[in-house]
Ligand binder design. Structure first.
Ligand SMILES: [Zn+2]
Length: 206
């Protein structure tokens, strides 16, 4: 609809990414052999979408987060970590991970974003996250579909998983996007705007 499109095009972050020609870094594979290998509900290599997370830790690096997760994987782990300068894939996305509880874990590829502390690093991180989401959709032949409205789709925030499927009461990355964008861009960044950036990346891939 016209109103929604106007709001989307008004994203200060997406405009900054476009006007500064910010592009994604390439994916680094550092698969760790210690993670368990369980199939998704539809089988090995059959994820149904992507879940976007944010760590909730204001002073950790991507390397701190990966080291912590390897030590504590029995409680939780995700497939991939992202910051402004890295997309590091640590668990095989053909198998499920443990980031959103039941039933989402058996359905989705999941990645964490580390918190950024500057305008440029936030923009680079968001572009990396949108690219990685598009890359996974393309890799597994999934059509982009924002799950926020009806709980059905292929692009999910942890917030939307919690709201529509349960498994936790987490709301990330909504607060982080909103807060960080307000600080550096004077407007909040929303999952709807992120989804638009995923579409841009998806169309560039195909
Ligand atoms: Zn989360």
């Amino acid at each position: 609809m016209v109103v929604a499109d106007t709001q989307v095009s008004a994203s200060a972050v997406n405009n900054y990414i476009a006007s500064h020609n910010i592009t994604n870094v390439s994916i680094t594979k550092q698969i760790w052999g210690g993670f368990p290998k369980y199939k998704y509900r539809h089988g090995k290599g059959k994820p149904e979408g992507v879940v976007v997370h944010e760590t909730g830790n204001s002073n950790s690096t991507i390397f701190d987060e990966i080291a912590y997760m390897k030590k504590n994987y029995r409680n939780a782990f995700v497939h991939t970590f992202i910051d402004d300068d890295h997309i590091i894939n640590i668990a095989n996305t053909d198998y499920l991970c443990w980031g959103v509880g039941y039933p989402g874990n058996a359905r989705f590829v999941q990645f964490e974003q580390v918190q950024m502390h500057s305008k440029s690093s936030f923009a680079h991180e968001v572009e990396n996250a949108a690219y990685y989401t598009a890359y996974i959709l393309n890799k597994y032949n999934l059509k982009p579909n924002d799950a926020a409205y009806d709980g059905k789709g292929t692009v999910w925030s942890h917030n939307s998983v919690a709201k529509h499927l349960g498994g936790s009461d987490h709301t990330d990355p909504v607060g982080y996007y909103s807060r960080t964008s307000k600080k550096y861009f004077h407007h909040k960044y929303t999952m709807k705007q992120f989804y638009h950036l995923v579409l841009t990346n998806y169309h560039n891939l195909s």
